[in-house]
Design a protein around this ligand. Structure first.
Ligand code: PGA
Length: 256
């Protein structure tokens, strides 16, 4: 029996006006959630963080930034620092999302720098990895996942030390926003591989404690099956996290 508490994390991406965000946050707030059974996190755009922080105060719902720079400050137009995220109310930060990697040319090397900076600043990184359709078809999924893990967590691997609070998100690129979900068995196979990699590099305690989320077209009607897999510890949800009803049904997976 695994004792990792599931985490349902909403990745809003570049969506929702302040008014829409207020409605959604109030909707989540008024839902009955059993926080003994699930952790809940929202990652709104930077300009909505403050509102989320105010509205969610005292609820136990966690807040994350969607990205961050590794430097603490300076001439980096358009960037945001770890401390700025903390001041805005974040305890977590999503790093290396595939949209950052493909559309904004982020590499695993810079993700590694960001992971180090986040840990140093006391933020919990949610480190995203995942293969493209071509890589899967070429049967390179496990090689790609291993390389992304080796490189995105390079410093931690060298030190042999990774905080147990760090979160990994496996998001097959071909499943993001496409309506195509990996089958629970396909996802579990990769999650198991990630778990073994964590155990090899950081030992069984850390490897068995770290939560591995699945992301890619997660919806109320597939969450139950996904979360029933032994190494799937929650989800990173894009589209279905933008509406109160669907996000709340995903959070309350334990009801269905
Ligand atoms: P999706 O996005 O749920 O819309 O597929 C997931 C993500 O990109 O984190």
């Amino acid at each position: 029996m695994r004792n990792r508490k599931p985490l349902m994390a909403a990745n809003w991406k570049m969506n929702l006006s302040l008014d829409e965000a207020r409605d959604l946050l109030n909707g989540i707030k008024s839902a009955t959630i059993d926080f003994n059974r699930v952790d809940v996190l929202v990652a709104p755009p930077f300009t909505t963080l403050r509102l989320a922080h105010e509205l969610l105060a005292g609820t136990g719902i966690l807040i994350a930034g969607q990205n961050m720079h590794w430097e603490s400050g300076g001439a980096f137009t358009g960037e945001i620092s770890p401390l700025m995220l903390k001041e805005a109310g974040c305890g977590h930060v999503i790093l290396g999302h595939s949209e950052r990697r493909t559309l904004f040319f982020e590499t695993s090397e810079t993700v590694n720098q960001k992971v180090d900076a986040a840990i140093e600043a006391g933020l919990i990184p949610i480190v995203c990895i995942g293969e493209t359709l071509k890589q899967r078809e070429d049967k390179k999924t496990f090689d790609i996942i291993k390389t992304q893990l080796d490189e995105s967590l390079e410093t931690s691997c060298k030190n042999g030390n990774l905080p147990q609070s760090v979160i990994i998100a496996y998001e097959p690129v071909w499943a993001i926003g496409t309506g195509k979900t990996a089958t629970p068995e396909m996802a579990q196979e990769v999650h198991r591989f990630i778990r073994r990699w964590l155990i090899e590099n950081f030992g069984p305690n850390t490897g068995e404690t770290i939560r591995i989320l699945y992301g890619g077209s997660v919806k109320p009607d597939n969450i139950k099956e996904l979360i029933s897999q032994p190494d799937i510890d929650g989800a990173l949800i894009g589209g279905a996290s933008l509406k109160t009803d669907s996000f709340v049904s995903i959070i309350r997976f334990y009801d269905s």
